[in-house]
Design a protein around this ligand. Structure first.
Ligand code: SF4
Length: 487
């Protein structure tokens, strides 16, 4: 299917909408040829009727032909015209495909953050919810989920301190690669010898960075060690890393210290003890699903029983805040099996945090290379079930984000029992404070609320480059000092 754009003004927005309906559309500038078939044609501003720009979207594919029109109606604001074009295209494509992606024309923004911002700026939550439905064609149930998420998030925003930051530490190694994942991680099957030098370099980066934050008088509010799979490191390496974090930055002022333990094939009692002794308060042990057949199919080398054993181990060591990631739409999974996974995570694992992801297939994932369709008709019912079941069990949604390439254009939502929410997740997703990040693939995001500005500093993406170009990369961190002195 080809999308023709008569002018380039709304390219980004309209391409995003087209991609919600069609797998790999071709995007072309200009107009279709006379007699051409199999296209969607968006035209704005070429025709002026009674002084108003005519906006139109036309679709033709065999018997399916539809054209909708609107006018710019006196607005000279580009954003408004873009919104009208997006609505036209969404309506046309919904009609021809019979599908209604649940977030309507809302693309490229985080819906719950956007709603929280509207409410923080004075709009009532009810009006914001209505605006989502009426203006952006968001499904009413999703608009309500955004509202619930925004309301929890707004309460947590009070923890955010303007001179505070969260520390993110990246461990870009995994035991093996899961078929749906595009994360730039190295598998230790091939690169075990690299983890020692990597941890050593990372400690040097932490030390360099902490000197900067101390000089600026910034306070570390939360810590998050993510990956990859941080627990792929040995006990000794974990001890060195957590020791360096403590020596350099001390304890987080909000008392929140998270580690993605991730996969059970990397978890041992010894490693969990190291984390506990280091003051880690929250870990993730991620099942993705309770269905062993699905786990096998996506290349996860563990079973649901292995997950249960890891939870028991962690509970015995005193971990009382554990996150379980679940994924809706995995190949081979179905609604009944997913329902079981949700109930199992809440009742058997008793996970305090349950994060429900919709499967996202990015360009680099193995699955994407082999699957021809990004289509999982049961995924919407899966995430709806999770919402109903988890809120019914006392969990609250507190952060939400969407990604490109997600099945059925669905959302990812973090649920938690009240008081067990992860501040870091909210701070980063809603862009509430600076995230100072160390390690390969890590991205520091410096936030200046006054100027409504976010500036990014990139660490080297791959561990080899990280080690080879370490000094050059370290110097990028000096920008933190300049940024804060410009504030
Ligand atoms: S899903 Fe997680 S564990 Fe699997 S390859 Fe990706 S980062 Fe590693």
């Amino acid at each position: 299917m080809t999308l023709y754009l008569k002018d380039d003004r709304f390219h980004y927005e309209l391409e995003n909408i087209m991609r919600m309906f069609f797998w790999r559309p071709e995007i072309k500038a200009g107009a279709p040829e006379e007699g051409e078939d199999g296209f969607c044609f968006a035209e704005a501003g070429s025709t002026v009727i009674a002084g108003e720009e005519l906006l139109s979207v036309e679709f033709r594919d065999g018997d399916k032909k539809i054209r909708l029109e609107d006018t710019a109606a006196g607005t000279a604001v580009e954003k408004e015209i873009e919104q009208k074009m997006a609505v036209l295209m969404y309506r046309v494509l919904s009609e021809v495909t019979g599908r209604k992606p649940p977030f309507g024309v809302m693309t490229g923004i985080r819906p719950a953050k956007y709603m929280a911002d509207l409410v923080e700026n004075g709009m009532s939550a009810a009006d914001a919810e209505r605006l989502f439905v009426e203006r952006s064609l968001v499904d009413p149930a999703k608009a309500h989920l955004c509202r619930l998420t925004a309301e929890t998030g707004l309460k947590l925003r009070e923890h955010c301190d303007d001179r505070g930051f969260s520390l993110y530490v990246s461990i870009p190694f995994c035991p093996s690669r899961c078929s749906y994942c595009s994360f730039v991680s190295k598998t230790v099957e091939k690169d075990r010898s690299m983890t020692g030098p990597y941890v050593e370099a990372l400690c040097r980066e932490l030390s360099y960075t902490s000197a900067i934050t101390k000089e600026l008088g910034l306070r570390m509010q939360t810590v998050y060690i993510g990956g990859g799979t941080p627990t792929v490191l040995s006990e000794e390496e974990l001890k060195i890393l957590t020791g360096a974090i403590e020596d350099c930055f001390g304890a987080p002022t909000e008392g929140e210290y998270s580690v993605e333990a991730g996969r059970p094939d990397t978890i041992t009692e010894g490693k969990l003890k190291v984390l506990k002794d280091a003051g880690v308060t929250r870990i993730s042990i991620n099942p993705q699903t309770a269905n062993d057949e699905v786990l096998r199919k996506v290349g996860r080398k563990h079973t649901a029983a292995d997950i249960e054993r890891c939870y028991e181990l962690a509970r015995a060591l005193g971990f009382d805040n554990i996150n379980a990631d679940l994924i809706a739409g995995l190949p081979g999974d179905d609604l009944d099996s997913f329902r079981h996974s949700v109930v199992w995570a809440a009742e058997t694992l008793k996970a305090e945090n349950i994060t429900v992801h919709a499967l996202t297939l990015k360009r680099a994932s193995f699955l994407r290379e082999t699957e021809s369709e990004l289509f999982s008709p049961e995924a919407p019912g899966m995430v709806d079930f999770a919402q109903e079941e988890l809120t019914g069990k006392g969990y609250v949604p507190y952060y939400m984000y969407r990604q490109k390439g997600t099945v059925e254009s669905l959302e990812n939502t973090g649920y938690a029992l009240p008081g067990k929410e992860c501040l870091y997740n909210l701070f980063i997703m809603d862009e509430l404070q600076s995230i100072i990040a160390c390690g390969a693939g890590a991205v520091t995001k410096l936030k200046d609320s006054g100027r409504n500005l976010i500036e990014r500093i990139f660490d080297m993406k791959y561990p080899q480059d990280y080690l080879q170009r370490f000094d050059e990369m370290l110097r990028r961190k000096d920008r933190i000092t300049e940024f804060y002195s410009e504030k």
